[in-house]
Design a protein around this ligand. Structure first.
Ligand code: BES
Ligand code: ZN
Length: 614
């Protein structure tokens, strides 16, 4: 069989991948309405995994996960082989077993040469009665989903740490599966770790560690009874402790961080109740939060039952907890109702930013929600100014590209603005009940933009007639009729503000204040008055450091280096490096700092920064 190249039409790709075995079926003609996913080699229309059993050992010495994955299959086309996604996996052995028996027998398989973005397709021949396949495998130390931290990169400095980041298409680098958000599976896992470490997953725990009376055993099992897409499978292993913050919520973190985190997130239960009142019951039993080391590449990740969060939101004044509202909102938009392909990503993130803002309004009041909406719009407009038209479209074309490239403020902020527009025209009560039925109708399903649109047209035909839906979904920029949120609180921030009037400012005011500054602002004076260079708030600091680099404000140079060496969150690093590389001297500094920092960055952050420095 020939190598499958990414970027080819999916129909061609699948026909090729099936070789002589598969026959004529193509992804595009799927009868169940399942979407084509250009980012997966899987053939779920023919053979679809419905359950995953993982059994893995965590080897910190070798930086390797080793063990086996068993997939339970639904065989829609009994003659078709099973096609899976993998990246950098060492597949040692593949076996299949017939229904109701544990008689696993060796199976034939072939691993295709890797594609730069998609990894390697794995083809497994299935004997007639087989309904399970077991793969014995090991991960590579450079697996893109995994970050292996040395003790020195943790807060405690004593024990190593491992965490995964599967979204968008990194699950395949630690589990062989059909790595498409259209394919949902239940899962179970058994994870073995060094004895004194704790493993957590995006699933129910089969053990209690609540008050630490029992020492950790190094042998943990988990169960996810609801069908979820692969990008929500997650694992973290480290020296961890927890604090209960409500009956159904705990905060997990390294011991020295856990108390501060529990305080910062004490409003979580109120947030859960706020969404439940709006859109229906929380479906996942518990909502826990794990605060990761600072190299975590994102702000947050909505792993079911266990949100992963960056420590950079521990501002001390709860001013950055909209991130928790955001990840919690994904328990409805994203985890219950999931984008079927990465082109539909705005269905996950636009809905989530909208719901996040509704949570903030319910818990902290309308003015806080308005401030956050205004700041979001500023970010959108700023980014639109530098994005090509094709990347300004909600339903984005990602053929030939890594879906991580589609992560701009467009799916987030433009998506949310579209929903606010619908809300404004429909009226809040009607729109709330529309969303309630949307979450109900599509729960535990993966859907496309077209499916959303049909449902919207059926449910709110008069609203659709008054909102330029087609323009919102398929055209660049922001439609002129988009609503505009105004914040009185931000409007009272003056560009020449002096210290006394800033006494009650939160992160929001400070961000707005910095964004108001003219290009030739006197940074030295601002720094003297407000001490921005020494700010411990990563949002404010990032805004400031970008201004400082642009203005060649030298007193901030050391802080730039220090920050880039201590934090791995892509959202902060990207703009700072982007600003640096604009001048030859800046580029040289960026390269030097990156060379030093690289080993501490997650592979996803490395992938976002490295190309800029070429
Ligand atoms: N699911 C995303 C993170 C993500 C998106 C990871 C795409 C990989 C690919 C998460 O919910 C998110 O949006 N995080 C934001 C936080 C936020 C408050 C906008 C982040 O990390 O900055
Ligand atoms: Zn999100």
């Amino acid at each position: 069989m020939r190598q499958v190249h990414f970027g080819w039409p999916v129909a061609v790709l699948v026909t090729m991948a099936l070789g002589c075995g598969g026959g004529k079926k193509t992804v595009s003609e799927d009868a169940s309405g399942m979407a084509r996913d250009v980012h997966s080699y899987g053939n779920p229309q023919q053979v679809r995994p419905t359950h995953l059993d993982l059994d893995l050992e965590v080897d910190f010495e070798k930086k390797q996960l080793r063990g086996h994955a068993t997939l339970v299959l639904r065989r829609l086309d009994r003659t078709a082989p099973l096609m899976l996604d993998t990246r950098d996996l060492r597949i040692e052995r593949v076996e299949t077993a017939p229904a109701e028996s544990n008689d696993f027998r060796p199976a034939q398989f072939s691993l295709q040469p890797p594609d730069r973005i998609l990894g390697s397709a794995l083809r497994i021949e299935l004997p007639p009665g087989a309904d399970r396949v077991r793969l014995h495998y090991a991960t590579s130390p450079s697996a893109t989903a995994l970050q292996w931290l040395e003790p020195s990169q943790t807060a405690g400095k004593r024990r190593p740490y491992l965490f995964t980041q599967s979204q968008a298409i990194h699950a395949r680098s630690w589990i062989p599966l059909q790595d498409s958000p259209a394919v949902r599976m239940t899962y179970r896992a058994r994870i073995r770790t060094p004895k004194d470490l704790i493993a957590l997953m995006s699933a129910r725990r089969d053990f209690r560690l609540g008050n630490r009376k029992e020492p950790p055993s190094g042998d943990y099992s988990f169960r996810m009874p609801h069908p979820i897409p692969s990008y929500l499978i997650a694992l973290a292993v480290g020296e961890l402790d927890s604090r209960d913050i409500a009956t159904r919520s705990a905060v997990w973190a390294e011991p020295s961080v856990v108390d501060a985190a529990a305080r910062e997130f004490e409003d979580t239960e109120r947030m859960i109740q706020a969404v439940e009142a709006l859109y229906g019951p929380y479906a996942w039993l518990r909502y826990d939060i794990l605060v990761l080391p600072p190299s975590f590449p994102f702000g947050g990740m909505e792993n079911p039952l266990l949100t992963f969060a960056t420590p950079t939101i521990l501002a001390g004044d709860k001013s950055l907890v909209s991130l928790i509202a955001h990840e919690l909102a994904h328990s409805w938009s994203g985890n219950l109702v999931t984008n079927a392909t990465w082109s539909d990503f705005w269905l996950n993130e636009g809905f989530t930013v909208y719901v996040e803002n509704r949570i903030q309004e319910a818990v902290y009041g309308p003015e806080r929600a308005r401030m956050e909406a205004v700041l979001g719009r500023q970010e959108l407009e700023r980014e639109l100014a530098s994005l090509p038209a094709s990347d300004q479209i909600l339903h984005i074309d990602l053929k030939g590209r890594d879906p991580d490239e589609g992560v701009t403020s467009v799916p987030y902020e433009k998506g949310a603005l579209f929903l606010r527009h619908l809300e404004q025209v429909a009226g809040r009560e009607r729109f709330d009940s529309f969303l309630r039925s949307y979450f109900q109708k599509f729960r535990f399903q993966s859907i496309t933009t077209a499916q959303f649109r049909r449902f919207l047209e059926q449910s709110l035909p008069d609203v659709v007639a008054a909102v330029p839906v087609e323009e919102w979904l398929t055209q660049p920029g922001i439609p002129r009729s988009a609503p505009r949120v105004v914040s009185d609180e931000l409007n009272r921030v003056r560009v020449h503000a002096k210290k006394p009037e800033t006494a009650d400012w939160t992160t929001h005011h400070w961000l707005h204040f910095l964004r108001l500054q003219p290009k030739d602002a006197d940074l030295a004076a601002l720094d003297r008055e407000f001490g921005f260079t020494q700010s411990k708030n990563a949002e404010i600091l990032t805004e400031w450091l970008c201004m400082a680099i642009r203005a060649r404000y030298q007193p901030a140079e050391r802080r730039v280096r220090e920050f880039l060496l201590s934090v791995g969150r892509r959202k902060f690093l990207r703009p700072i490096y982007e600003e640096l590389v604009k001048t030859p001297e800046g580029l040289a500094r960026a390269r030097a700092i990156f060379a030093e920092a690289r080993s501490g960055y997650h592979p996803i952050t490395v992938a976002a920064i490295e190309p800029m420095l070429k």
